[in-house]
Design a protein around this ligand. Structure first.
Ligand code: PLP
Length: 399
């Protein structure tokens, strides 16, 4: 049976067209993009073309606003550290409680070392930001706000353009982690108050190990990596030309897929959600139906642990993921689910299904058919020791 991959928020399959765009830069066009001969020119042409393609995906006003990085993580780190360094007299950062660790772990370290004071804004039960708390945090010492465009676990989308305007009104720079948003929702960065925006190629059928930071023209920038004059002096290190070329092609394909595939992906995701929630008692939807990316579905199965569910799915050839993160060696609900105050009885059984443009209706049918039986079987041993769980048994058994 064909394996079904529904873990696209973790990473996506490299599109064969993207691989085709990368291969020449491993072989005949292997030059260093800074070299002045024909080999170098071929490489720098490829980097220039990719910068344009990635810029178009997010509606950047000029290609020069894009800096290629090694990852989304590096882009997040570079944006926040640059803002702290360039905004004199401002040593505070505002983030949400549900940011990716690429932002939260950096903030924790900045706080620990005394370099910055961090405001962590809470979210409500559907994952929406507490806007009043956000407004209150926007004091005169805030150097930068960092709010993610779309959450990697729940898919919840923040109204980023509005939050960027509020940050600018307070004189702060605004960064958004758009790693999970790019290619899934329309981004037109030029018309907004966004100063920095992070991207990662491997979330949109591009290669791993390449990301980009959009840095608005005119916004002061302090490089994270110092050395050579690559990326106009904003990111030292010989360019990873094959990966950059792949990122460019992936961005071009993602822009097309946004128009042509994402409505279908959203319909498949909604169909999976309807079937899970209607056929499995004790399956709770987690997130905000009114504001989310088209590919992500998080469901929490009450009184179950997510690991055995994922193992059973894997045995059926279905790859999904949990909402749990292994924090300090002990498994527990993720910081996102804790921030949303998802009840303890459900948070442990959270499963994320993340689709892509490669997902088919047949894939979704197979998952919707396999899951009720899996949940039913896992609940039986629990029932023997705790009869009150009978409430959560699967209605009508396997579908
Ligand atoms: N930000 C978000 C929201 C993500 O989901 C991820 C990856 O999971 C990252 C940042 C990190 O990106 P990368 O894997 O390119 O470092």
């Amino acid at each position: 049976m064909r394996p079904i991959y529904l873990d696209n928020n973790a990473t996506t399959r490299l599109d064969p067209i993207v691989l085709g765009a990368m291969l020449p830069f491993f072989t005949e066009s292997f030059g260093n993009a800074s070299s002045k001969h024909a080999f170098g020119a071929a490489a720098s042409d490829a980097v220039r073309a990719a910068r344009r393609q990635v810029g178009e995906l997010i509606g950047a006003a000029s290609d020069g606003e894009l800096i290629f990085t090694s990852s989304g993580t590096e882009a997040d780190n570079a944006a926040l550290l640059s803002a702290l360094e360039t905004q004199s007299g401002r040593d505070e950062i505002v983030v949400s409680q549900v940011e990716h660790p690429a932002v939260l772990a950096l903030c924790q370290e900045l706080e620990r070392s005394g370099r910055a004071r961090i405001h962590r804004i809470p979210v409500d039960a559907v994952g929406a930001l507490d806007v009043e708390a956000y407004r209150r945090a926007l004091g005169p010492r805030v150097a930068c706000v960092s709010l993610m465009w779309a959450n990697n676990e729940t898919g919840v989308v923040f109204p980023i353009e509005r939050y960027a305007t509020l940050a600018h009104e307070a004189g702060a720079l605004f960064h958004t982690d758009a790693v999970q948003a790019a290619g899934k929702v329309a981004i037109g960065v030029a018309r907004t108050h966004i100063d920095f925006l992070s991207l990662s190629a491997h979330k949109l059928h591009g290669p791993k190990g390449i990301g980009a930071l959009y840095a608005r023209k005119g916004v002061p920038f302090a490089p994270l990596l110092r050395g050579g004059r690559q990326e106009r002096g904003r990111r030292a290190g010989t360019e990873n030309v094959p990966a950059i070329a792949g990122f460019g092609k992936a961005a071009e394909l993602a822009a097309k897929a946004l128009r042509e595939d994402m409505p279908r992906v959203a319909a498949l995701r909604d169909s999976l959600e309807r079937r899970i929630v209607s056929r499995i008692e004790g399956a709770r939807f987690v997130g905000d139906r009114g504001s989310r990316v088209p590919n992500t579905l998080m469901v929490a199965f009450e009184y179950l642990e997510s690991d055995p569910i994922l193992v059973a799915l894997d045995r059926c050839g279905i790859a999904a993921s949990s909402g749990s993160a292994c924090a300090s060696g002990s498994m527990g609900p993720s910081h996102v689910l804790r921030a949303m105050k998802v009840p303890y009885t459900a948070a442990h059984g959270a499963v994320r299904f993340s689709l892509s443009r490669e997902t088919t209706a047949a894939d979704i049918d197979r998952v919707a058919e396999a899951l009720p039986e899996i949940i039913n079987k896992l609940r039986l041993p629990a029932l023997a020791v705790q009869p009150r769980l009978g409430r959560t048994a699967v209605r009508g058994g396997a579908a």
